[in-house]
Write a protein that binds this ligand. Structure first.
Ligand SMILES: NC(=O)c1ccc[n+]([C@@H]2O[C@H](COP(=O)([O-])OP(=O)(O)OC[C@H]3O[C@@H](n4cnc5c(N)ncnc54)[C@H](O)[C@@H]3O)[C@@H](O)[C@H]2O)c1
Length: 436
């Protein structure tokens, strides 16, 4: 399978020259040979025959070829062709292209400066990718490896994201908060999650490895004595962010996808006005700096073209009384950091960074806030889409965001909340009922 573009014969367009090189290598001809064949056959038989001749050998693999020729009346000035655009489907029609799935479409040549501004774009699809596109536009994460931080049961968004990525073919590694590790691993082992591990194809999601993690600590030196000696941490090792990244590197070499699905705030039930400095900073540390730290330590082992996703909540930008203890501030920081990190990780490692602003879900963490059921009811009554919000819907959006289908999406806050974020009025408000 290959794709290439041939541009200005002098090779003044770097991209065209580079791509034509790989294309010529693929079909095994020199640049002169390629040019000569194009000109000679175009003159005698038209551009289609010329391309068909030199591509003949590769045609059996199945091709999609587009020949495009912008025109110029003078150098440096480009016009649309005056002759009509036409598209020829050679499905099974060309002798030179034996494969029946080959498709050519051709944009007509211009009359002036034909050689100088000749531009040929060719794409070849393997039989397999053609088969895939025939069924739509699938999310394909086969060959990708994901590390999902913040999975400790089968109720939360982290689990749903893991399942969606697994369903798309990714290999799954998870990072589980140390105090929750034991029960999570035991439940996994005993088959407690088997029903919810089931993927659309009937198989069970396989978790290649569960890593103990406490995302509040970056290195072993940061861990205070009382935590080191805490019995909930006994029996686990190498769980600071730096150590986990190192372990993943030793075990698997690299990852493609990093998911941050964790949050914690010891004073979450307190209004901001009553939140202590310690509580506020703990919320920021666990819920937003933890993402900075994870990306910092995992970036060196992320393959270029990789992507990250975190989870945020509308309380970052609108006031949600009760989402306290600095959690609203932590989510605001997380969203702001998404833009900055998108720039930095994009430039440094070609990594995309996005966050999903999810609607309310009755997860373990959300239950700690104390009024999650009311938030779910509120959303049902007031969101544009009056339906239950499924964790899978967030999972599917995450799968899209980390897939090549979202290759130009980075630095974004993507709302997956049945549209609740767009509303400025609670339509079930008692005040409205009184007015009516
Ligand atoms: N549930 C909701 O209504 C909702 C809405 C919007 C956004 N979110 C966000 O979704 C993300 C996932 O939360 P969830 O609601 O699915 O609940 P969850 O309980 O499934 O996930 C939170 C996870 O964070 C882990 N965790 C806590 N402190 C940690 C630490 N120091 N190191 C490592 N892991 C730690 C917990 O063990 C847990 O697994 C969070 O960022 C949350 O704020 C949730």
């Amino acid at each position: 399978m290959f794709g290439w573009m041939y541009s200005d014969p002098k090779g003044t367009e770097g991209m065209g020259r580079k791509s034509s090189l790989s294309a010529r290598r693929e079909i095994g001809c020199s640049e002169m040979e390629f040019l000569w064949a194009t000109y000679k056959y175009r003159a005698r038989h038209g551009i289609l025959s010329a391309i068909a001749r030199i591509m003949g050998a590769s045609a059996a693999a199945g091709l999609h070829v587009v020949v495009e020729r912008p025109c110029a009346s003078s150098p440096g000035r480009m016009f649309k062709s005056r002759t009509a655009f036409w598209r020829i489907n050679l499905k099974g029609a060309s002798q030179g292209l034996a494969n029946s799935s080959s498709i050519f479409s051709i944009r007509s040549p211009c009359e002036r400066y034909p050689s100088k501004f000749c531009r040929v774009v060719t794409r070849a699809l393997s039989g397999e990718s053609e088969k895939r596109t025939a069924y739509g536009l699938p999310i394909d994460l086969r060959g990708k490896r994901a590390f999902i931080a913040g999975v400790a049961d089968d109720n939360g968004y982290g689990w749903a994201i893991a399942k969606a990525l697994a369903a798309a073919g990714a290999e799954i590694l998870v990072g589980t908060w140390v105090p929750a590790l034991n029960i999570f691993e035991t439940s996994l082992r005993r088959g407690k999650f088997d029903e919810s591990r089931r993927l659309p194809n009937g198989s069970l999601m396989h978790i290649a490895k569960v890593y103990p993690l406490d995302a509040v600590y970056d290195t072993p030196e940061d861990v205070p004595e009382d935590v080191k000696t805490n019995k909930r941490y006994a029996g686990s090792s190498n769980w600071t962010v730096k150590e986990v990244a190192e372990s993943v590197k030793n075990d698997f070499g690299s990852i493609d996808i990093l998911v941050h699905s964790l949050a914690n705030a010891p004073e979450v039930t307190k209004p901001l006005l009553e939140t202590s400095r310690r509580g506020y900073l703990a919320a920021i540390s666990a819920s937003s700096y933890s993402f900075v730290s994870l990306l910092q330590h995992f970036l060196p082992i992320m393959n270029p073209g990789g992507a990250t996703v975190s989870l945020t909540y509308i309380a970052s930008e609108r006031t949600i009384p009760g989402y306290g203890g600095g959690m609203s501030s932590a989510k605001a920081a997380l969203e702001s950091d998404t833009g900055v990190l998108a720039f930095e990780a994009g430039r440094k490692g070609q990594i995309r960074v996005n966050t999903i602003s999810a609607g309310p879900l009755g997860s373990r963490a959300a239950k700690a806030i104390g009024f999650i059921e009311k938030m779910i009811d509120y959303s049902y009554s007031n969101a544009p889409l009056q339906k239950e919000l499924l964790a899978d819907e967030v999972g599917n959006t995450a799968a899209f965001l980390v897939s090549p289908l979202a290759s130009a999406v980075t630095g974004s806050v993507v709302y997956v909340d049945n549209g609740l974020n767009t509303m400025g009025l609670a339509i079930d408000s008692r005040s409205l009922a009184t007015q009516n």
